[in-house]
Design a protein around this ligand. Structure first.
Ligand code: NAG
Ligand code: ZN
Length: 242
């Protein structure tokens, strides 16, 4: 009995560790009963409103931000600080949103360290999680991200908001997938007003109806304390993207 308990404990511990290993692609939560709303491509003009919508629902979300795709991240400093202060997870989506698999290791590192520098300047933290643009994990991507300590997230439901899916079409994908099993990590984008103002409220309601807790990606992997790289980082004073 004792041996079984110990063994179960070890299995659980190794499962949780495997779910958040740097450089290994993670598509969904490692536990049932949750949903990890995860938004790419910001910060942008809807970030602050999205934080309000999540906060009012008592939900936590995850933001995979770039440095420059929809304008310079420093121009959204207030929204960035607000999202962090509200307890949402801040994660990286690279500096310029390239196909990382076409880059050398040193170019990939630059894409990541520029976002790290910006986030140290804005919130004092370096992210521990990233989602590769276009979900491109080819070439030198995974070994480089592993060496940098990054946990790599893709998705298990692509809402297709980037491909002109309407909110109703995206919602049908969740209805089809269902609320059971380990929690979903959807691919969606905060740069579309409909994703922020229609799909997100629908998902909050869907989660409520199905007793799903709305948590960060790190929390849904049993890694709530590991949202950021360990260490104290000193801002370098940069306030522009150039
Ligand atoms: C975004 O959607 C909301 C709600 O439908 C609407 O009130 C608002 O005007 C829209 N904003 C833009 C910029 O289209
Ligand atoms: Zn993207």
């Amino acid at each position: 009995m004792l041996a079984e308990t110990v063994l179960a404990g070890l299995l659980l511990a190794s499962g949780a560790a495997a779910a958040a290993t740097p450089g290994v692609v993670i598509q969904k939560c490692s536990n049932p009963g949750m949903l990890a709303l995860a938004y790419d491509d910001g910060p942008y003009q809807y970030t602050s409103q999205l934080v309000d919508i999540l906060d009012q629902a008592g939900a936590k979300g995850t933001f995979f931000w770039t440095g420059t795709l929809y304008g310079c991240i420093y121009n959204q400093a207030a929204a960035v600080k607000k999202a962090y202060a509200s307890g949402h997870q801040i994660a990286s989506h690279t500096w310029t949103h390239p196909y990382l698999g076409q880059l050398s290791e040193s170019q990939i590192r630059t894409e990541m360290t520029k976002v790290e520098d910006a986030l140290v300047n804005l919130i004092g933290k370096k992210p521990a999680y990233m989602r590769p643009p276009y979900l491109d994990t080819s070439g030198a991507v995974l070994p480089t991200l592993k060496a940098m300590g990054y946990k790599v997230i893709t998705d298990d439901i692509d809402t297709g908001d980037w491909n002109h899916n309407t909110p109703a079409q995206s919602e049908a994908l969740f209805t089809q997938a269902g609320p059971g099993g380990n929690g979903h990590i959807p691919l969606m984008h905060e740069v579309y007003n409909t994703t922020v103002h229609e799909l997100t409220p629908w998902l909050i309601n869907w989660a409520k109806q199905n007793n799903l807790k709305l948590v960060t990606v790190a929390e849904c992997l049993g890694d709530a304390g590991g949202m950021y790289q360990p260490g104290n980082f000193t801002p370098n004073g940069q306030t522009t993207c150039s």
